[in-house]
Design a protein around this ligand. Structure first.
Ligand code: ZN
Ligand code: ZN
Length: 260
């Protein structure tokens, strides 16, 4: 009943990649299931893995970069054709709600066709989303701060990105999504973590490892590893082993399932 698992559907970074697909993570806490991010080809990976189409309780979208959202429309077309029945709340940056709705209409995925209700909910930093005994709290990530500084005048959007803290009765899990600096993880690390799922693309690995050294974290899974660190994975792994001698860690591959 309380069994936890994390299915890493896509562990690639934002670059086109032949051996990894884009960000999508299925978290299961017993009967409560969330999908974090919808990088493509999530519809294909979801179908090939075989969960029922009513399994997912909520979808969280960390931010609107294509490597986190480009699979959303095919996933929704799949939910329509596979006759999902259960309401589906989608939690995302407020900026995305109107354009996503417009694109669903443009793709002929009208509310009237769906056997389930699609509910769009804006994320707010520090405000948890509660499902039975599981809380998901988004926190601000600085991932888009420099883009905001350069472009917000011309493109008046919020430019927000979120990382997430997932808490159940017995587990405390951090999910970085895309962050601008290791310090963005600080609200997730205020108490011990059972698992940290952490990106490794937007800063030097040694900066992250230095920041995490000595923290009370039971296990780290690195994802979204930047191409140059992925191409030299053995070197990256060695550096992690040297700098994080006390924390078990691994580098996730597509399709890997993590249990605790
Ligand atoms: Zn990304
Ligand atoms: Zn991004």
């Amino acid at each position: 009943m309380n069994k936890f698992s994390l299915k890493c559907f896509g562990v690639g970074d934002g670059w086109p990649c032949a051996d990894r697909t884009h960000a999508a993570f299925l978290y299961r806490f017993g009967k409560v299931t969330f999908l974090i991010d919808c990088g493509e080809p999530i519809s294909c990976s979801y179908k090939s893995t075989g969960p029922d189409y009513d399994t997912i309780d909520r979808i969280f979208i960390s931010h609107l970069h294509s490597d986190h959202i480009a699979g959303f429309f095919m996933l929704m077309q799949g939910f329509w054709l596979e006759q999902r029945q259960k309401d589906l709340p989608i939690h995302l940056p407020a900026d995305g709600i109107k354009p996503l709705r417009q694109m669903l209409d443009a793709a002929y995925l009208f509310d009237e066709l769906l056997a389930f209700r699609l509910l769009f909910e804006p994320l707010h930093a520090g405000q948890p989303v509660v499902t039975h005994n599981v809380r998901v709290t988004p926190f601000h990530s600085s991932h888009l701060d420099s883009l905001r500084a350069s472009f917000q005048k011309k493109y008046p959007q919020d430019f927000v990105a979120y990382c997430f803290l997932l808490e159940s009765d017995r587990l405390r899990i951090g999910h970085s999504a895309d962050i601008g600096a290791p310090e963005d993880l600080s609200p997730l690390l205020e108490k011990p973590l059972d698992l940290l799922v952490c990106e490794l693309a937007h800063f030097k690995p040694q900066d992250l490892f230095r920041y995490l050294k000595g923290r009370d974290i039971r296990r780290i899974v690195f994802t979204h590893v930047g191409r140059r660190y992925w191409d030299d994975l053995e070197e990256t792994r060695l550096l992690a082993a040297q700098m994080l001698p006390d924390i078990p860690f691994s580098f996730a591959h597509d399709g890997e399932e993590i249990t605790l």
